[in-house]
Design a binder for this molecule. Structure first.
Ligand SMILES: [Zn+2]
Length: 453
């Protein structure tokens, strides 16, 4: 297929924001055959990368089977490449999980779900497990997002950087490095407190974390299960840990109905003021990113990277934070403790290490949820401490930045607002916090992207 450019050199906002590069390096020509009202679908971009969004030409309605490869229809001329899709649109469709087909629940299924949540507080983990296993059945066979880490959005942008370097005649392209002080990747530890027992364990959990020099955040349920007083919040903050809001009542229904959500969001926002919190996470990662406008938070942490083991399907397909309007999404990119210990039934570090390796290879953010409630037996505590020990090793030897979510939020906002400009003396970063930022250069060596400071 021959495609022709509609608008020469339009800046692709998603690409420019991902790399934080000067706009002149983020211009792409988009085929005029990409229509705004076209149906979204799956396609490949190269042999190994699956994408979802609007594209010129054929796309598929499921990720299964052979997908059309649109890399073949990119037109490379001397100094221009014409894309069969708009990168920002495709990245947004994946991050916002628009590829998830709404599975209409029957009356029966709804009833069962409501009963489950009604009885859940009374069900011990042992009885919950077989019910969850039934719901998750077949998760290993889901081709998209990719288990155990999906980096489709990240690989899409790096693929495009590759194309840009090939066609622009630039030997190298400058951008503002992903993390402060040139850190190679980022790790975030968070704890959702589910019950009284969990709340009681927070003190000891802070002791454990402090032994490894790791500060984390605790998400507290504001209107059910246990009482959160001013002193509960104060005790955590005083030790350098942070407190965020965890759902409203944690009953699994927060995102059921748009109108009720608006009302509930007002209560959630009021609790955020009471806690002095800037961040939110929903119960069991139920979510609807299209409704985030009602939440008065700076950041959210309710979107998994690949949700095969969570009650709500989907995943944001990226290991980087991203903006949903003004809210920064800090996705959950590693498998939760509950899923590891009770669904996959292992205390082994293998899966976490594999996820860490894949995310670090993209210079991304490795974020964990470990519940104080589930650290109630020796194997679990041991597994958690092994993880902390490994993160500390990476911090020491591999330039891993271990940060609280509010620190990631500060940095990601500051980075987005920075400007990278060419001066007589070379490239220069301006803006708040610019002293912590590093100028990186990306170039092509033997068809591979190489980053350099
Ligand atoms: Zn929870």
């Amino acid at each position: 297929m021959i495609v022709t450019a509609e608008r020469a050199g339009a800046v692709d906002r998603g690409f420019a924001d991902y790399f934080c590069c000067p706009e002149s390096f983020a211009e792409f020509d988009i085929s005029e055959a990409v229509r705004d009202d076209a149906r979204e679908g799956f396609f490949r971009f190269g042999p190994d990368l699956v994408c979802y969004g609007r594209a010129a030409g054929e796309t598929a309605q499921t990720a299964e089977g052979l997908l059309p490869d649109l890399l073949a229809s990119v037109q490379f001329d001397d100094d221009v490449c014409v894309l069969p899709f708009a990168p920002t649109q495709v990245a947004e469709s994946m991050r916002r999980e628009r590829y998830v087909k709404v599975e209409r629940q029957s009356f029966h299924q709804r009833l069962i779900r409501q009963l489950y949540y009604l009885l859940r507080p009374l069900l011990p983990v042992k009885l919950r497990r077989p019910l969850q296993a039934r719901w998750l059945r077949g998760w290993q066979n889901r081709p998209f997002p990719r288990w155990p880490v999906d980096t489709s959005v990240d690989r899409l942008f790096t693929e495009l950087m590759h194309a840009k370097l090939k066609t622009s005649g630039q030997r190298q392209i400058p951008f503002i490095w992903f993390w402060p002080e040139g850190k190679q990747a980022c790790a975030v530890m968070t704890h959702d407190v589910e019950t009284d027992a969990g709340l009681e364990f927070t003190e000891e959990l802070m002791n454990i974390n402090d032994r490894y020099g790791i500060k984390s955040s605790f998400q507290l349920i504001p209107a059910a299960r246990y009482a959160v007083t001013e002193s509960t919040v104060e005790k955590i903050r005083r030790r350098g840990f942070d407190v965020n809001v965890h759902d409203l009542k944690h009953d699994g229904h927060l995102f059921d109905d748009a109108e009720e959500f608006q009302r509930a969001a007002e209560q959630v926002n009021a609790h955020a003021v009471r806690f002095g919190s800037r961040g939110f996470r929903s119960g069991a990662l139920y979510r609807n990113q299209e409704w985030y406008g009602a939440l008065r938070f700076r950041y959210d942490m309710s979107v998994p990277n690949c949700a095969h083991l969570d009650p709500q399907r989907g995943g944001c397909c990226t290991v980087m934070p991203y903006f949903v309007g003004d809210v920064l999404e800090i996705p959950v990119t590693a498998t939760q403790d509950y899923s590891l210990f009770h669904v996959l039934k292992t205390y082994d570090q293998k899966l976490w290490r594999e996820q860490i390796a894949q995310i670090a290879a993209m210079h991304g953010m490795i974020s964990f949820i470990v519940h104080p409630d589930y650290l109630d037996h020796a194997e679990a505590v041991q597994a958690y401490e092994s993880l902390l020990g490994y993160l500390v090793e990476l911090r020491k030897n591999e330039g891993l930045w271990i940060a609280r979510p509010d620190e990631v939020d500060d940095w990601w906002r500051a980075r987005r607002a920075m400007r990278l400009e060419e001066t007589a003396g070379g490239w220069k970063i301006s803006g708040q916090d610019a002293a912590r930022a590093r100028i990186a250069f990306v170039s092509l060596e033997k068809e591979r992207l190489i980053y350099r400071f």
